[in-house]
Design a protein around this ligand. Structure first.
Ligand code: ATP
Length: 456
């Protein structure tokens, strides 16, 4: 992997239409990011690859797509309402707020430099709270709600508005709970053999105290999670199989060997219900940080659901009377952190004909554009017509094909290199004679003449 700086990635991502700051036109909204045309393709290619590897190609996996808004009891039973917190400190000098456990110097404010000005840490719940239905506190303007209210209430402003506590809900901080709450449904519909897994992809929201490092720590992000239900006897074997499956995934993403590290999380740092956790860390430009996690969560979640809902979560082993609440192994993948690892692994700088070149050596199956098609000269109608024909045929075959006739060929190649397009096809006068086109390879920049029908 080349020595790549985060600002290179951020700047390329913006310049070439991968990722923009969320709400940029209004000055942005911290911790949110918008995917542009190429970013959304790259992200979907990553998510589709995951679905293919972990759901479609296996016969022990079931996919679900649960609602983001869930009954508040989900988050009470799971422990998120009480304990999904990060330690927050405030600087009394500049009023900056920070996550206490991520401070470089626990005594010194990173914004204003004051020392000893931090408040005592307090537990800050990271879930975004909202109200479901017209019983929330924000359905009336303050003016409307205050109309005719006694003066004392007017003074209290927002606090005078009543709302129904049962209407509270949260934007889900993880997709996992949407899997656990559908465990019974899947078992009843499909009666799968144990072990089996339920997989889900989708948005998760966390009100991070200090979102930072590009998409690495966002307030809105995407997860791909699996709950793999097992008989607790022999959990070690299943856990090891998931370690191996995660490594296959890293290889499929094109992450170089040696760039991902297994961190065996010691007991004192694990959640109390976890018997074993491995954090897979990647060498990001910001340092070695968590890419994804793998945890043996025992029967903690299904046990909680059974206790709070009163519904039976036991699995009956086929052909026997043996019943138990299955245990789970949970591989939890973050899409943004995978995407950032892919971009950092693919980023290259070299020199071509004495000029600096930037390119993304993306694996072909992840590249947002597979082929770019150009006529050598834009002002020769016969070349343009032939190029359009080749473009249409390739597009029908591959979908992700781009047309580019702007500027000279060299500029077109540079643009395609920067977005990681593996092949550039150019139609020239020889094409009109013998049906061959030049195909240029992104990484080697070598050009070959091939009959275009062979590519199609
Ligand atoms: P961290 O310690 O970095 O805050 P975490 O241990 O809280 O992460 P998990 O709760 O294990 O993270 O979430 C599973 C995965 O979801 C993470 O490995 C990561 O890939 C992704 N993820 C979690 N929080 C964020 C975030 N704020 N932005 C982007 N991805 C995230």
């Amino acid at each position: 992997m080349q020595d790549v700086k985060l600002e290179h990635i951020v700047s390329l991502a913006k310049r070439r239409g991968f990722i923009y700051q969320g709400s940029d036109v209004y000055g942005g909204l911290s911790g949110t990011w918008d995917y542009g045309p190429l970013g959304v393709s790259l992200k979907r290619n990553i998510m589709n690859l995951w679905w293919t590897m972990f759901v479609d190609e296996r016969d022990d996996m079931y996919g679900v797509d649960a609602a983001i808004l869930m009954n508040q009891k989900v988050w009470q039973a799971s422990g998120h309402v009480d304990t999904f917190t990060d330690p927050l400190v405030e600087c009394s000098n500049c009023k900056g707020r920070f996550r206490a456990d991520k401070l470089e110097d626990p005594n010194k404010c990173p914004t204003c430099g004051s020392e000893g000005t931090f408040s005592k840490p307090r537990a800050f719940n990271m879930m975004f709270k909202t109200f479901v239905g017209p019983s929330g506190q924000d359905e009336l303007t303050i003016g409307e709600a205050m109309e005719g209210a006694p003066d004392t209430h007017k003074l209290e402003g927002m606090h005078a508005l009543s709302y129904d506590p049962n209407a509270i809900s949260y934007l889900r901080p993880e997709t996992a709970q949407g899997i656990f709450t559908n465990y019974r449904n899947v078992v009843d519909s499909f009666y799968p053999d144990l072990p089996f897994g339920i997989a889900q992809q989708g948005k998760a929201f966390r009100n991070e105290i200090s979102p930072r490092d590009f998409v690495f720590r966002s307030r809105e992000f995407e997860q791909m999670e699996i709950e793999y239900f097992i008989n607790p006897e022999g959990w070690e074997v299943e856990f090891d199989a998931w370690v191996a499956a995660c490594k296959q995934w890293f290889a499929a993403l094109g992450l170089p060997e040696g760039s991902v590290h297994e961190l065996e999380v010691p007991a004192e740092d694990r959640a109390h219900y976890s018997k074993r956790t491995i954090d897979f860390e990647f060498d990001y430009p910001i340092g070695r940080e968590e890419l994804m996690g793998l945890a043996y969560r025992t029967d903690f979640d299904l046990g909680n659901i059974q206790r709070v809902s009163g519904k039976n979560m036991e699995y009956t082993v086929k052909g026997t009377n043996e019943k138990f609440v299955p245990h789970v192994i949970e591989p939890s993948f973050g899409v943004e952190r995978a995407l950032m690892a892919v971009l950092c692994s693919a980023y290259r700088e070299d020199e071509q004909n004495g000029e600096k070149r930037i390119y993304l050596a993306l694996p072909e199956h992840l590249a947002p554009v597979k082929y770019c098609v150009s006529p050598l000269l834009k002002n020769k109608p016969e070349l343009v017509a032939k190029a359009r024909e080749v473009y249409a045929a390739l597009k029908k075959r591959y979908g992700a094909v781009m047309w580019d006739d702007n500027g000279n060929i060299g500029k077109r190649y540079r643009r395609q290199d920067e977005i990681g397009t593996p092949h550039c096809v150019v139609i020239d006068f020889q094409t009109l004679e013998d049906g061959t086109v030049t195909v240029r390879d992104r990484d080697t920049t070598e050009q070959r003449r091939v009959n275009y029908e062979n590519i199609v």
